[in-house]
Design a protein around this ligand. Structure first.
Ligand SMILES: [Zn+2]
Length: 226
């Protein structure tokens, strides 16, 4: 049975690079793949862009209101008409921006169509809250795999802290990518471990919840790092 895989990590954990490598591995064996990503993610336009400089156009983009199952079937039919081959794998980048219903479609594609789906994305937003699509993947994916990256302190980074014009911010909308308007400032992100995130936020997690006791930053080895 084909499976739905969720490969998640903080920003800069090499998700797009891993996706392009997985696509290459299929094609090296003479198999066909389809690449997709949400239309909301505008960086690199309709391409998947790895930090190593490799870029590749996607076969289709997914709008917020799209029926992903129908889109997949349409693209699969086009691939068959063009090459005579069926698709061996569906790969999706920035999957956190899909809706919960669209993620349900990914599971249906894997199980009902027998096509493995590799979904790459970020687990939580800049306030440490799961994106709806990522939460659904954590609930229903057959396989969860964490792609690791390192915090500035050397621990494993798990959170994505937002900066505007280089200063950390902990309030705002869940999605703010490629915002370069002068009024708002340039939005960037830094991948942080839990300790560094809490140090920068003053102990704030989850949409402004304030702890009753003042947060004190403790240093030392992180037993969870692997
Ligand atoms: Zn850290």
């Amino acid at each position: 049975m084909a499976k739905l895989y969720f490969r998640y990590g903080a920003m800069n954990s090499g998700k797009s690079t891993a996706l392009l490598q997985a696509a290459y591995n299929y094609e090296e064996r003479g198999q066909r793949v389809l690449l997709a990503k949400p239309a909301i993610d505008s960086k690199g336009e309709a391409s998947i862009l790895s930090r190593l400089g490799v870029a590749r156009p996607v076969d289709f983009t997914i709008d917020a209101s799209d029926d992903v199952y129908a889109l997949f079937e349409r693209e699969r039919a086009k691939l068959r008409a063009r090459t005579g081959d069926d698709v061996s794998c569906l790969l999706i980048d920035e999957v956190q921006f899909l809706s919960e219903g669209q993620v349900d479609d990914l599971l249906r594609i894997a199980i009902q169509e027998g096509v493995p789906v590799l979904a790459y994305g970020i687990r939580t937003d800049f306030q440490t809250v799961a994106f709806p699509g990522s939460r659904r993947l954590l609930e229903i994916a057959h396989s969860l795999e964490e792609l690791k990256t390192i915090c500035r302190c050397g621990r494993k980074a798990v959170f994505n802290a937002r900066k505007i014009d280089g200063r950390f911010v902990f309030d705002g909308d869940q999605v703010a990518i490629d915002t370069t308007g002068a009024a708002v400032g340039e939005v960037t992100y830094e991948s942080l471990c839990g300790a560094c995130y809490l140090e920068e936020s003053g102990g704030v997690l989850n949409s402004g919840y304030k702890p009753k006791v003042e947060f004190s930053y403790g240093s030392g080895p992180d037993p969870d790092f692997s």
